[in-house]
Design a protein. Structure first.
Length: 405
């Protein structure tokens, strides 16, 4: 019984002596997503009819089909249809405006046809009598028009074997699917180029870093640099160096970084009120719950961008060693690092009078070496104590008379 206990003690001691490893194990995976445009909360289905979904096993299920409503953060409302028939979006779920490439429509050749359906059906085309005549539906209510439009979207989005329960809604769905042309992806309600997806703009201190271009349908947006950057004297300016507090579509923003500013990063946020374009997708992190915009009021939107800088011509303080013997060499772009392995003869070229950092680099050591050495010594001492304890007293199953022989 004592040998398993000794092994457990050694394992526990190793885990306790390595707080960095314990912290890494305790800290689960984290994910972050930067929004561009509007954020919203789903209120639920508001205008809908029924549809019939035929599963591959031959079973038939009746499901609701129609328009959802969403409340936009900061003000405004959206009307949306579901993208996928398999999922049911939960009320009060939080959604973020997303491009097609970050949604279930990524790579879908029918995405442009779905946008055509949205632009040519309810609620964008609000003449129900005209829509009924064009589709041969006879007559349409708001509920049957919404159901027919949703069914057409489901068929185009994932080829779902679904039909509208109401005959008029079914005729509308057939008409929309048959007549749908292709439209391009709509722009974000508010965006910056380059934005979070493409990374920060970069440059040296003592210069204007940029440009970052505003893309929006809003008449104007407010421009707010982060407080930490402002405290260092970093300003957001136009091409002439004039500070910017507002901008319009096509405006170009620059980060004016004074000479001598320590290497760092700054961000800027733009905010405004505009209609979210029809065809923009909202995702919740659950692909089956994705929604696509069919109508929008004036809604709040925001977007962000960042810049990084370093002093021009700054020489590295000395190579930074690591346990693999690789050397990390700073490059001009503060967001990128290149790792190169020194030649085998590098160690022989180090002078006895070299700086401590150089000796560490050439020997393959680093600042972590003393910690690792202390840990190893501690484990050896503890292991010896356990071995002495085991040898001092007989184990269960040993014969006492043999000890006195």
């Amino acid at each position: 019984m004592r040998r398993p206990l000794a092994v457990a003690l050694l394992a526990a001691a190793a885990f306790t002596a390595a707080p960095g490893a314990r912290a890494a194990a305790d800290a689960g995976p984290t994910t972050g997503r930067t929004s561009e445009g509007a954020g919203a909360v789903l209120d639920g289905l508001k205008t809908y009819g029924q549809a019939v979904l035929r599963a591959g096993d031959g079973s038939v299920r009746q499901i609701p089909a129609g328009l959802h409503e969403m409340r936009v953060d900061g003000g405004g409302t959206l009307q949306t249809y579901g993208v996928g028939v398999a999922g049911y979006a939960q009320p009060q779920a939080r959604f973020t405006e997303t491009g097609w490439g970050g949604s279930p429509l990524a790579g879908n050749a029918e995405a442009g046809r779905i946008r055509w359906v949205l632009e040519h059906s309810y609620p964008q085309f609000n003449d129900l009598a005209g829509l009924a005549k064009a589709s041969g539906a006879g007559s349409l209510t708001a509920e049957s028009a919404a159901a027919g439009t949703q069914v057409a979207i489901w068929r185009l989005a994932d080829g779902a074997p679904v039909e509208a329960a109401d005959p008029a809604a079914e005729r509308l769905a057939d008409y929309l699917q048959r007549e749908a042309g292709r439209l391009p992806e709509p722009p974000a309600s508010l965006g910056l180029d380059p934005g979070p997806a493409t990374g920060p703009v970069t440059g040296p201190t003592g210069s204007r870093i940029g440009p970052v271009t505003v893309r929006t349908r809003a008449q104007s947006v407010t421009v707010t640099p982060d407080a930490a950057a402002a405290a260092m004297g970093v300003r957001v300016v136009d091409a002439d160096g004039k500070p910017l507090t507002s901008a319009t579509d096509g405006s170009r923003l620059y980060f004016d970084v004074p000479a001598g500013t320590p290497d760092g990063t700054a961000s800027v946020t733009v905010q405004g009120s505009t209609k979210v374009p029809v065809g923009r997708v909202f995702t919740s992190g659950v692909p089956a719950e994705a929604q696509i915009v069919a109508g929008s009021s004036e809604s709040a939107a925001s977007a962000g961008a960042a810049a990084t800088w370093r002093e021009p011509g700054q020489a590295p303080a000395g190579p930074v060693g690591n346990l693999s013997g690789a050397t990390e060499v700073p490059v001009a772009d503060a967001t990128a690092r290149a790792t190169v392995r020194p030649p085998a003869s590098a160690a022989s070229q180090v002078s006895p009078d070299s700086a401590d950092g150089e000796r560490l680099a050439s020997s393959g050591s680093s600042a972590a070496t003393p910690v690792i050495a202390s840990l190893a010594v501690g484990l050896v001492v503890l292991g010896g104590m356990v071995v002495l304890l085991l040898r001092k007293r007989p184990l269960e199953g040993d014969h006492p008379e043999e000890d006195g022989a």
